[in-house]
Design a protein around this ligand. Structure first.
Ligand SMILES: [Fe+2]
Ligand SMILES: [Fe+2]
Length: 405
């Protein structure tokens, strides 16, 4: 998994009293114990030390989430006795792909990393740390979910189970590589602690399929777009991790293709009016979450020479085109109204965040938030109700194991 997905809710944050830094087991490094998205926390993280240890966690509802599901229902879905749609030969072929392990030797670091990190300073440094933290958390989230699915499906469907285990191998590699990146900034995410301390969001299997498919494909498009941009504009190549995105994103693409095959094996999730409504809902959630998140972090994208909104719209349009091959309905994201409403949501979200920053008492803040939340909800609803694009076909959505460029 490469990107985060959250059901969009406008309330900005909640705090917990847990410490975010532990006495480091990485020697001179500071261990970040919770993923933090706040700039103040990232700044504190960069400083390290006692002052940082007192910083409260600011975890927003747009923070990458950890997922869990109904594993008994999953077992039933992948039981070949019960589900005759399971195309075992297709899964066997996919398993061979994953066993080939194209990126086994890809994630090797060199001394350029630390040297580049030392040159990144000022506000960009802090925003880089946040990028690494969020990406690492999102990748690790995929690792946990796939690992558990690999474990739980072993008896019912060993082939599908092994694919999940191999995907968790990939995600662990991605998360580990990002965490090594954090070490260039003298930080490390405490992934063991994260596993235990974070709340898990429950999704029924059907929703896990929609959400993870989108998450993998949007991750692919984000990575490949950044990679291509930096290849053309090497002057913005300020940290070598981006050079790894070309092969890295092929992992995400393969993961997405596996979910495409899983969805095909469960035609009940694709072929009725409810499937169409849910498909549109998940597309909307994923696209809006990414857009609002990224528009809060324009400094990062500008730092690597991208226009945040242009980048996001490109990723949304490409992801939507890919998704239309399998989902029975998608949003009409190429209609200018969609982009206009996204921008309107960014404005409202900024106003909401500004309310949070005022010195008003909580009651006043909440009263001020009500009309803004209503405005956000009405934009969301209007986008959801825009005429959709009928798409997908269980018959036509063939598995495509080749590299997509
Ligand atoms: Fe990944
Ligand atoms: Fe992935």
């Amino acid at each position: 998994m490469a990107t985060e997905m959250a059901l969009v809710k406008p309330i900005s944050k909640f705090s917990t009293s847990s410490p975010i830094f532990s006495n480091s087991r990485y020697g001179k490094f500071t261990t970040v114990r919770m993923s933090s998205t706040s700039q103040s926390t990232a700044k504190a993280a960069a400083k390290g030390g006692k002052k940082a240890a007192k910083t409260a966690i600011k975890e927003t509802l747009l923070t990458p989430r950890f997922y869990t599901t109904d594993f008994d229902e999953m077992e039933a879905l992948f039981n070949t006795e019960i589900n005759k749609n399971l195309n075992q030969s297709e899964f066997e072929a996919l398993l061979q792909e994953f066993k080939t392990d194209y990126n086994q030797t890809h994630f090797v670091r060199n001394k350029e990393f630390k040297e580049a990190a030392d040159k990144i300073d000022g506000p960009l440094r802090q925003i880089f740390v946040e990028f690494l933290e969020r990406s690492c958390t999102a990748e690790f989230s995929g690792f946990l979910l796939y690992k558990e699915l690999g474990r739980r499906l072993k008896k019912t469907n060993p082939v599908v189970a092994e694919i999940f285990s191999l995907m968790s191998r990939d995600e662990a590699r991605h998360a580990g590589f990002l965490n090594k990146g954090l070490s260039d900034f003298n930080l490390a995410l405490d992934l063991g602690f994260l596993t235990k301390a974070r709340k898990y969001t429950f999704f029924k299997p059907k929703f896990i399929f929609y959400a993870t498919y989108l998450s993998e494909k949007i991750g692919y498009w984000r990575y490949i777009t950044i990679y291509r941009h930096l290849k053309e504009n090497p002057e913005y190549q300020c940290y070598p991790i981006f050079k790894y995105f070309e092969n890295w994103c092929q992992d995400e693409n393969r993961h997405g293709d596996f979910f495409s095959a899983l969805l095909k094996a469960q035609p009940q999730f694709l072929n009725d009016w409810k499937a169409k409504l849910w498909s549109r809902f998940f597309c909307l959630s994923v696209y809006v979450t990414m857009y609002l998140n990224d528009c809060q972090r324009t400094a990062f994208y500008e730092g690597i020479g991208l226009d945040t909104k242009e980048f996001d719209m490109h990723v949304i349009i490409e992801t939507n085109r890919t998704t239309a091959r399998i989902f029975p309905a998608v949003l009409d994201v190429e209609n200018p109204e969609f982009n206009r409403r996204l921008d309107k949501m960014v404005e409202i979200n900024e106003q909401l965040l500004a309310v949070g920053e005022t010195s008003d008492i909580p009651l006043v803040k909440n009263l001020k938030r009500i009309p803004l939340i209503a405005a956000l909800a009405s934009e969301l609803l209007a986008m959801y109700l825009m005429p959709p694009i009928e798409s997908g076909s269980v018959d036509f959505a063939e598995f495509e194991p080749q590299l997509v460029y």
